[in-house]
Design a binder for this molecule. Sequence first.
Ligand code: PHE
Length: 346
Amino acid sequence: LQDEALTRIQQADDAAALEALRIEYLGKQGSISGLLKTLGKMSPEERQAEGPKIQGARGAVSDALASRKDTLDGAELERRLAAETLDLTLPAPETPKGSVHPVSQVMDELAEIFADLGFAVATGPEIEDDWHNFTALNMAETHPARAMHDTFYFPDVDADGNRMLLRTHTSPVQIRTMMKEGAPLRIIAPGRVYRSDSDATHTPMFHQVEGLVIDKDIHLGHLKWTLETFLKAFFERDDIVLRLRPSYFPFTEPSVEVDVGWQDVQGRRVLGGDGDAPGHGWMELLGSGMVNARVIEFAGLDPKEWQGFAFGVGVDRLAMLKYGMDDLRAFFDGDKRWLDHYGFSP
Ligand code: PHE
């Protein structure tokens, strides 16, 4: 039995065959296990004679199984090492890299352009109270312009009883900066703003950059020059056409709305966007004006001493125009194919 077992173990050529042999000889119903059980019924003399032989056979089979298993494992390893070679001269697989989102890129560009004009960057909270977002900007509780903002309100009020909300524009940063830093001032305030609105050109969260200059003897001419200089630098062309329209904002007086034309002065299309839209190739770009004296007062400065201008521009719109994108919602889908398409992946 022992010889037969050892021969068969030597010939087993995989782990499964080896396991079958282990069960056949050493398993509960195995033949060597069966012999061991017969020891109980033997006379002491018989047991003395047979016991060592049976135990010896069990030991020999068990050792043979273990050593054959080592051999088979070793062979398997050799086989895999031979098959799975690594070609170290192959180029490494490409790892996808991140890139700066177009909106962030535009905000960085704006910060750079305005830094050259002497503007510092200011910030304020996205969760605002209605005093900073509305009241101090000359929109009293009952002001109809409040209704135009489609505001997201929180159920809470702050310690002073002001209603909390998601800021609907970056203009509250005007108030916060004037109160904190006084005058003179030359700042831009980039950031997220929120309005309950959604279609191809409106998303409930979007980006604005606020501009504010407070100084002595500031007038509309300074505003116009600043906007022209900034837009020419941003679009990197001198033939940008702007249209200034009289408008109304509670916090500026007078107020000026600025549109940018798709066409250059010769009528050639120079910017992306929907040129057939009503308005014949003008896109509304920003609101601006001379800071209302009441706002300067609300912020704790003397309007007889200080004047200034302010503007608020949609960053996402600037990006759409510069890069010829047509659906604002795509900005916030996080679709890598879209980013690749517009060349925003390295
Ligand atoms: N806050 C205005 C808006 O969101 C834009 C604006 C800013 C207008 C500053 C005038 C001056 O529409």
